[in-house]
Write a protein that binds this ligand. Structure first.
Ligand SMILES: *[C@@H]1O[C@H](CO)[C@@H](O)[C@H](O)[C@H]1NC(C)=O
Ligand SMILES: *[C@@H]1O[C@H](CO)[C@@H](O)[C@H](O)[C@H]1NC(C)=O
Ligand SMILES: *[C@@H]1O[C@H](CO)[C@@H](O)[C@H](O)[C@H]1NC(C)=O
Ligand SMILES: *[C@@H]1O[C@H](CO)[C@@H](O)[C@H](O)[C@H]1NC(C)=O
Ligand SMILES: *[C@@H]1O[C@H](CO)[C@@H](O)[C@H](O)[C@H]1NC(C)=O
Ligand SMILES: *[C@@H]1O[C@H](CO)[C@@H](O)[C@H](O)[C@H]1NC(C)=O
Ligand SMILES: *[C@@H]1O[C@H](CO)[C@@H](O)[C@H](O)[C@H]1NC(C)=O
Length: 564
């Protein structure tokens, strides 16, 4: 059986390895040396799990996996005319690490030539969990935004820029876009081969340029190494097999209500969706089982499921041959052949920084002809470039895909309206179990994605403490001076003011409460021993009260209040 996890989920996983202190630099004009160009290059397809095109590097033709989810170029084996820059680097992917030295060589890709293209030469690819040569490729070309490039970071000058960045920088008058058309194995009406173009549409698909421009969601500046081709779905933009929207909350703090952030990633075989969404797609299918080892749903291969996505007001239906896959030779718990639910619960590629909800891999990308416009991802201060965007042209016709499914899976006999194919009622829906590791990740995500707010909160806290300490010192000094001036101890019969401290911060008023004064302590959090007695309010106590306003911090709370 072939590996089931995102087969070659070449999505940089070390999201926390963020180089926050990247110095800005500008791309200098290079002499443009363009050959006579082919209009498009073919994309080969390895069992619907890898999409591959040829590049020529240092004179050697090398098949590389096309990955819109990362931004670096690496190859294995030998490259005839190459220069070792003596900088080592390691790229982490879901299936292993690519490590070696950064080299530069002349690159040819889709008819464009780039001198001294930086890339990682991986001498030993046996660290991968799959044999990439057997899968039909010997390297990978990252087609994502330049900010995500590890090589660019390491080389630290513009010769380290990613391939597309180099190509677009060479000719500032041509359009900055890449288009990708993928084919589907096992589909009787799919195009024979996929195609890739740069700066022009695939012939016959020119309409792509009039589709809605989906603005790329820019990630926070400090985490721009995690920038991908990501856009928002429409509100209620994922339609399940029952024709109803699947409602799932986004983990991205800035996402508008009801919308989800999706990444388009041609390097991910199985799309990654929130667990509740995967359950909603497959959990009501008769005979569905959740395979915990592989973390996928399996369903009977004859079950036709219709789902669709909505972007920019346009509906993008998914071919039923892409909603479940017969490509993995899976068996169910009774040992019978079964199909894999391709929309897998997101676990390994979970966004710890809360930057996206869904990764739409190949099983989605086969349904659209896609255009990626790099806009101002291409760094050039001389030009006022547009914001990057994505355009999608649906290439799946629902009626045609139905008859393709009947031919491919049902031997030509349409049984899709049999009662055995009916979805179970919602109250009989199965749910997949959440692992402890996943719960932990969710928790970490909750903290990490909100770190700017937490950081600001801490900063305010520290400033308040410092402010109060300074203020207290001033008060003490003034008292001492007053004491010296008066020449006697302060009188004991100053009337005491009692105020009530309550656990809600809204009622703990900093201005009303003064350091050194006594207040009646009546918090319901406090133990009986403390309740009703007076407490001298210490500035730090006040702050502690503030800082624990939202939780049942009984211990913390009552112990911090020093009784007068
Ligand atoms: C890559 O080049 C090899 C050798 O020329 C050729 O056999 C193969 O079909 C090419 N692959 C693609 C996707 O163009
Ligand atoms: C390649 O790396 C593997 C471990 O990742 C090691 O066992 C093997 O000996 C290495 N091969 C070469 C030629 O360096
Ligand atoms: C990987 O596959 C290629 C081609 O099928 C084969 O020649 C090579 O020996 C394999 N490598 C390993 C480490 O199994
Ligand atoms: C960029 O950096 C590399 C490695 O440090 C160096 O070899 C190369 O000459 C530099 N290129 C430019 C244009 O500065
Ligand atoms: C740059 O691109 C434009 C538009 O595609 C083309 O007309 C022009 O010839 C290109 N310039 C060079 C120097 O190749
Ligand atoms: C593509 O554009 C042509 C001409 O503008 C139009 O007739 C056709 O309906 C369009 N097709 C789609 C699928 O939008
Ligand atoms: C799939 O959608 C098409 C078009 O909306 C509809 O005709 C067909 O009945 C649906 N099939 C199933 C099994 O839901």
């Amino acid at each position: 059986m072939r590996s089931l996890l995102p087969v070659f989920s070449l999505f940089l996983l070390d999201v926390l390895n963020v180089n926050a202190l990247k110095l800005p630099f500008h791309v200098r004009q290079r002499s443009a040396r363009l050959n006579a160009r082919a209009t498009s290059i073919p994309i080969s397809n390895t069992r619907n799990s890898e999409y591959i095109s040829n590049i020529t590097l240092g004179g050697r033709e090398i098949p590389v996996l096309l990955d819109t989810g990362s931004s670096d170029l690496w190859v294995t084996g030998t490259v005839p005319q190459t220069k070792d820059l003596g900088i080592s680097a390691s790229l982490s992917y879901a299936v292993g690490n690519a490590a070696g030295n950064i080299n530069s060589a002349t690159l040819e890709f889709d008819g464009y030539t780039v001198q001294d293209q930086a890339y990682l030469l991986v001498a030993n690819a046996s660290g991968f969990s799959i044999n990439i040569t057997a899968q039909g490729f010997e390297g990978l070309i990252g087609l994502g935004p330049n900010t995500g490039s590890v090589i660019r970071d390491k080389v630290n000058n513009d010769s380290g820029d990613s391939v597309l960045d180099r190509i677009f920088s060479q000719n500032t008058t041509s359009a900055n876009y890449l288009t990708v058309l993928l084919n589907r194995e096992g589909d009787p009406t799919s195009p024979a081969t996929g195609q890739l173009t740069i700066s022009e549409p695939v012939s016959g698909y020119e309409n792509i340029t009039s589709m809605p421009k989906l603005t790329v969601e820019k990630v926070h500046k400090l985490t721009d190494a995690d920038q991908h081709w990501q856009v928002l779905t429409d509100t209620n933009g994922v339609i399940g097999p029952d024709g109803q929207p699947i409602e799932v909350d986004s983990i991205v703090p800035s996402a508008p209500n009801g919308q989800l952030v999706v990444v388009f990633d041609s390097g991910f075989t199985l799309p990654q969706v929130p667990r509740a969404m995967s359950d909603a797609i497959y959990g009501r299918v008769q005979g569905a089982e959740y395979n915990e080892a592989s973390e996928v749903w399996t369903i009977p291969c004859d079950q036709l499921l219709n789902i669709s996505f909505k972007f920019g007001g346009v509906d993008y239906p998914i071919h039923p041959l892409d909603v479940s896959s017969s490509d993995f030779n899976m068996v169910d718990s009774s040992g019978n052949p079964t199909c894999v639910g391709t929309f897998q619960p997101i676990t390994s590629a979970f966004s710890l920084l809360g930057e996206y909800d869904i990764i739409l891999g190949m099983a989605f990308m086969r349904n659209v002809y896609s255009l990626f416009d790099y806009g101002d991802f291409i760094d050039n201060s001389a030009l006022d470039r547009n914001d990057p965007f994505v355009q999608l042209l649906s290439i799946t016709d629902v009626a045609q895909s139905h008859s393709d499914f009947v031919k491919a899976r049902l031997n030509g006999v349409d049984t899709t309206s049999d009662t055995s194919q009916d979805l179970l009622p919602t109250d009989q829906m199965q749910h997949s179990p959440i692992s402890a590791a996943e719960k932990k990740k969710k928790y970490e995500e909750m903290i990490l994605s909100r770190w700017p707010a937490i950081f600001v909160g801490c900063l305010i806290f520290v400033l308040l403490v410092i402010g109060l300490i300074i203020w207290r010192c001033c008060v003490a000094r003034r008292r001492r001076r007053a004491k010296q001036a008066a020449g006697h101890l302060p009188t004991n019969n100053t009337p005491k003011t009692y105020e009530q401290i309550q656990e809600s911060t809204s009622q703990v008023d900093l201005k009303l409460m003064e350091s050194g004064k006594e207040y009646e302590y009546r918090s319901s959090y406090a133990s009986n021993m403390h309740r009703g007695r007076t407490a001298r309010v210490d500035p730090t106590v006040l702050l502690n009260l503030l800082s624990c306003q939202n939780g049942p911090h009984t211990q913390y709370y009552s112990h911090q209040v020093k009784l007068a």
